[in-house]
Write a protein that binds this ligand. Structure first.
Ligand code: 8X3
Length: 251
């Protein structure tokens, strides 16, 4: 039976690569994003039988409700939910950061992700089947200067993923948190640095960072695991990235 996936943030970066990979693997994919024109291009590329464009801003719970209610009958049963939409804004120290940026990250990375999950979860439990893949980050485990709310939101996503499994004990519904490190080929850093493309270029120069296709492959691999296995967490970094020493400030 053909399975249906719902992928948020599907218009670019990870989400687009995941939508492309899952349709190639035989899924019907609902691609959710704000940018309708990009979703239409993706529908033309993937075909209307394989890809259903769903315009919604995941940070607005009302839009999530309206979008889900607009799904045609044969696209309503979601077998795989990929909570990919999320963002980082700024890399400023907490005492210099713009609180509006913090609110936007919390609204998208936490409220949006949890609300959509809350709306989809009951149908999965009812069918006693389903897989939720959340996009966390190494920033949810490794603190770094300027990571403040972004990292905290991804720590939330990690613990939320694990706690979901705790609640889903006894069901066949599975949950995985993917935690990538430095990634390129997405709009992530352009958004974080608010269009400072020189800073973005410097960040990725020679880094051979994770690419969207790598994450799409990971999603596909998780989705192919036998039903008796739950992949709890996957942490992925490029070989060029590693861990740092703990800094000690001296007088
Ligand atoms: C992306 C990884 O290191 O830019 O979530 O925070 S990092």
């Amino acid at each position: 039976m053909v399975k249906t996936a719902l992928v948020t943030g599907a218009s670019a970066g990870f989400g687009k690569a995941i939508a492309e990979k899952l349709t190639a693997d035989g899924y019907k994919v609902i691609g959710a994003a704000r940018r309708w024109d990009r979703l239409q291009v993706l529908r033309d590329e993937l075909g209307k039988d394989c890809f259903f464009p769903l315009q919604m801003d995941v940070s607005k719970t009302q839009e999530i409700d309206q979008a889900l209610a607009s799904l045609p009958q044969d696209w309503q049963a979601v077998d795989l939910l990929v909570n990919n939409a999320g963002l980082a804004l700024g890399l400023d120290k907490a005492y210099e950061a713009d609180f509006k940026d913090w609110q936007t990250m919390i609204q998208t990375n936490i409220i949006g992700l949890t609300y959509l999950t809350h709306q989809i979860l009951p149908q999965m439990v009812e069918r006693n089947a389903g897989l939720i893949i959340n996009l966390g980050s190494t920033a949810g485990t490794v603190p770094y200067p300027g990571g403040n709310i972004y990292g905290a939101s991804k720590a939330f996503v990690k613990q939320f993923s694990l706690n979901l499994r705790a609640d889903l004990f006894g069901t066949q519904v599975r949950v995985t948190n993917i935690e990538p490190g430095l990634c390129e080929g997405t709009e992530f850093s352009n958004v974080r640095f608010k269009g400072d493309n020189q800073r973005v270029e410097q960040l990725y120069q020679g880094a051979h960072a994770i690419r969207p296709q790598d994450i799409a492959e990971t999603v596909a691999w998780i989705s192919r695991q036998p039903e008796h296995l739950n992949i709890n967490r996957i942490e992925i970094m490029p070989v060029s990235q590693s861990f740092g020493p703990q800094p000690v400030h001296r007088d």
